[in-house]
Design a protein around this ligand. Structure first.
Ligand SMILES: C[S@@+](CC[C@H](N)C(=O)[O-])C[C@H]1O[C@@H](n2cnc3c(N)ncnc32)[C@H](O)[C@@H]1O
Length: 497
């Protein structure tokens, strides 16, 4: 085997980890180089491992957190200083992906990671802590760990405009937020670190220029998004009442957990991190065969969010895809279908409490969750209902039109026809069809996927294609409902008294 920096760093990291007091690492596991399939490092079983076996254990004191770092001892007002510097919203307003109340991984929740102020405090604190540890170099207790963390990313945050354009009409494009993060790092973070230059830029430490600090902050900010775990989780609360899996990566107390974050992940997985009082323990959920990769779970994320936060996509995550339907498309469709004026529409809308209105509605497949061993049921991906808020709001609008416009009538046929038009309008926002994308995807798969540009293009096509398939599926559902209705609306009832 050719030994390069990458393999040397993996070996040094493993050796460091094995020597941490209280840490364990199963003898049938190895860290493997998975760069040939764009998956960086991963952990693979070298012999069969049974289910419910401890794979490795990380003592809580060895987790890279602000509390465990020596930074706070040198900067006693660290937390209050960070709170003063935070910027409430890092992403442009109105970029939420609508509502999906499944959990933090739902469309809205996925966005809330950087909109949420608590998360932002923890994220920023951890960025500063990691800058501090990086600046310590070999003197950091985590230096062997830091050297296996990535220095570049394939998340859209780092894509060119032409690469981003390949996402076409995906809602993801409005949710990247690089500019606002950049502004915050430049205007807040750099002055904050400069004000503590005796801690961050002392003699003997790298003397970074401002732009270097900003790019290091971006790099670490992205590392945290893709690697950090929520440490506050209580295993008893982990599953909700339905015993569903939740993501353990996005929460209010973030920490970088050496080794746990060497696991790649998928929508089907075979390992889970258990949170105990003094340690985090990675456990196998079912037997893992020799040669199999040990996989963690990042949550029921659509491919757009997997790409946004982790920089990769996976066929298995297609089942969690989501697409937003804007409320304004409903306005347009109602107006066109019923031949209404703007005034007609506004009069009816004025009757609805604006605060209760959603700006958009999330279309998704009927929910599929992994079982307790991390496997997904083998059922087809189908849309079996329209978003509940879509139905409520459209029905409310039609009701108020009936109240405010004399002679206005609607029937079930109108509801489904409007829904069909809205879907058609959303589908038309993507300039290429499913067939175009499938052909394009097949043709570029044969090319050299080592090219960064090509890899990003492939991932963008997978995101947009998955969204188009979801919309087509939703349209089929609506068409089936239309087909089941009488084509003529019932005759007007004549009042007899
Ligand atoms: C927590 S790290 C996992 C370890 C990582 N592969 C490494 O080399 O450090 C998360 C990152 O791993 C990569 N990753 C995770 N699961 C993957 C998968 N199934 N396929 C490809 N890349 C994956 C992504 O780059 C993601 O941002």
């Amino acid at each position: 085997m050719v030994s390069d920096d990458f393999t040397n760093c993996s070996a040094a990291f493993l050796q460091w980890f094995r020597h941490l007091p209280g840490a364990t690492f199963h003898s049938s596991l190895a860290i493997q180089d998975l760069r040939s399939r764009h998956a960086g490092r991963g952990i693979v079983a070298t012999a069969d491992i049974e289910g419910d076996v401890e794979l490795f254990r990380i003592p809580r004191g060895r987790i890279l957190t602000t509390e465990n770092s020596s930074l706070v001892a040198q900067w006693p007002n660290f937390f209050s200083d960070i709170l003063d510097e935070r910027v409430p919203k890092l992403v442009p307003a109105n970029n939420g992906n609508g509502s999906n109340d499944s959990d933090i991984n739902g469309a809205e929740g996925a966005d809330s990671d950087i909109e949420d102020e608590d998360f932002l405090d923890h994220w920023l604190s951890l960025i500063v802590t990691m800058i501090y540890e990086y600046q310590l170099g070999g003197r950091s207790p985590w230096s062997s760990y830091l050297s296996v963390l990535p220095t570049s990313f394939d998340t859209p945050m780092f894509w060119s405009d032409s690469q981003l354009s390949e996402l076409q009409a995906s809602d993801l494009r409005g949710r990247i937020g690089r500019e606002s993060a950049d502004r915050m790092f430049r205007n807040k973070l750099v002055p904050l670190l400069r004000s503590k230059s005796e801690i961050f830029f002392a003699e003997g430490q790298p003397q970074l220029r401002d732009d270097e600090v900003v790019s290091l902050a971006h790099r670490l900010g992205s590392t945290i998004m893709a690697y950090a775990f929520d440490l506050q989780q209580d295993d008893n609360e982990e599953g909700n009442e339905d015993d569903e899996w939740v993501e353990d990566r996005e929460g209010q107390m973030l920490g970088m957990v050496p080794m746990a974050d060497m696991l790649n992940a998928d929508a089907e997985f075979n390992a889970h991190l258990n949170h105990e009082d003094d340690a985090l323990i990675m456990t196998s959920l079912r037997p893992i065969r020799a040669g199999d990769e040990v996989l963690n779970y990042y949550g029921p994320l659509p491919n757009s969010d997997l790409l946004r936060r982790y920089g990769y996509v996976s066929y298995k995550h297609d089942v969690h895809n989501v697409v937003e339907l804007p409320w304004r498309f409903v306005h347009e469709a109602v107006k066109a279908h019923h031949g209404l004026s703007d005034e007609d529409l506004q009069r009816a809308l004025a009757k609805i409490d604006e605060d209760e209105l959603e700006d958009s509605f999330v279309v998704e497949y009927s929910s599929i969750s992994p079982d307790p061993t991390g496997l997904l049921p083998t059922v087809g991906m189908t849309v079996t209902e329209l978003p509940e808020t879509f139905t409520i709001q459209l029905k409310a609008l039609l009701k108020y039109l009936r109240k405010t416009k004399p002679g206005f009538e609607t029937h079930e046929l109108d509801f489904w026809t409007i829904a069909d038009t809205v879907l058609q309008r959303r589908i038309a926002q993507y300039p290429t069809s499913i067939q175009d994308d499938e052909q394009l995807f097949a043709s570029i798969r044969r090319l050299d996927a080592a090219s960064e540009d090509l890899l990003r293009k492939q991932m963008a096509i997978m995101v947009r294609l998955g969204e188009k398939k979801l919309l087509a599926n939703a349209k089929t559902f609506v068409e089936a409902n239309l087909a089941g209705l009488p084509s003529e609306p019932p005759r007007k009832r004549v009042r007899t008294s």
